[in-house]
Design a protein around this ligand. Structure first.
Ligand SMILES: Cc1ncc(COP(=O)(O)O)c(C=O)c1O
Length: 304
């Protein structure tokens, strides 16, 4: 028997399952449910696989990405892993600029996919990496395909075309609230556009770290950060904040109370979703687990 058509990693992205929180939700009104999209089930292990795939597919289609070019971006890790994986699958070299303090697990994964890493000073955060990537592109424009996840409309489009419609389908259109943290803002902007298009009644809430300096890898304090070009601050019905300590405590509770091990931003998303859910008497709140907790174990073990 000849083997059937085989999928590439590009086709394994998306259609992630939804998981219901049943224990940390104990104090909610009986008619209120909280569900989260398990994005760690993507082949690169995070929500960023979706954005990276859309960015590369659109760039190949438009001719912006050509054979011989190197894919470049600044990243706090997960987009780097996604680009490294997809670049390898398509035969493009990949170079990534990131703050030196991103987790060891992320650096090792990027290395495993054969991409090169340029480190920037952790003090300068994700903005320092972004400025270094821009400097390199300006110096040698034709050498690179600059994925530019902060300004590339393909990033939110990935979520408008896939994550948002999946959430609608998986909840049978019963979602009443969508709550998620802002990094590039691609997830929030894209999902919100999709859901508002399906039902303007869905309340969409964006979340940010409470302070400019924080420990929520992947998230941005918008007021003090370089504002992503794709961010649209008119989309949110409400904006809320989460403290780092509150999210860290939730990250430690979720494995033992729910059997769910996720990263700090996923735990922060749960804190935000619960804050909204506590105000409700009925409804269905959906949030996102951007990645898995195994990606943070070295920090956890060190008690960070
Ligand atoms: C761990 C983690 N959480 C949250 C986010 C935020 O997602 P978005 O960039 O779509 O706003 C990212 C993205 O960089 C991330 O890596």
């Amino acid at each position: 028997m000849s083997p059937g058509p085989a999928a590439s990693v590009f086709e394994l992205i998306g259609n992630t399952p939804m998981v219901e929180l049943r224990h940390v939700t104990r104090d909610l009104a009986p008619g209120v449910r909280v569900l989260a999209k398990a994005e760690w089930t993507n082949p690169g292990g995070s929500v960023k696989d979706r954005a990276a795939r859309q960015i590369l597919l659109e760039a190949e289609r438009s001719g912006a990405l050509r054979p011989g070019q190197t894919i470049l971006d600044s990243t706090s890790g997960n987009t780097g892993i996604a680009l490294a994986m997809l670049g390898a699958a398509r035969g493009y070299p990949v170079a990534l600029v990131m703050p030196k303090n991103v987790s060891e697990e992320r650096k090792m994964l990027i290395d495993a996919f054969g991409a090169s890493i340029v480190y920037t000073d952790p003090i300068d955060g994700s903005d320092g990496a972004l400025l270094e990537a821009r400097r390199r592109v300006e110096a040698e424009p034709s050498r690179w395909f600059y994925a530019d996840q902060y300004n590339n409309p393909a990033n939110p489009r990935a979520h408008q075309l896939t994550t948002g419609p999946e959430i609608w389908e998986q909840t049978g259109g019963e979602i009443t609230h969508f709550v998620v943290g802002l990094g590039t803002s691609g997830t929030f902007v894209g999902v919100t556009r999709a859901l508002k298009g399906l039902s303007p009644r869905v309340v969409c809430v964006s979340m940010e770290p409470a302070t400019p300096v924080h420990g929520l890898e992947g998230l941005k304090h918008m007021e003090t950060a370089i504002r992503p070009g794709i961010y649209d601050d008119r989309l949110a019905d409400r904006r809320i904040t989460v403290e780092t300590e509150e999210a860290y405590e939730m990250a430690r509770r979720l494995p033992s109370e729910e059997g769910i091990l996720v990263g700090y931003s996923g735990a922060a998303n749960v804190c935000a979703a619960l804050a909204i859910a506590r105000e409700m008497t009925s409804g269905l709140v959906v949030t996102v687990f951007p990645d898995h907790g195994t990606r943070y174990l070295s920090g956890w073990l060190a008690g960070k």
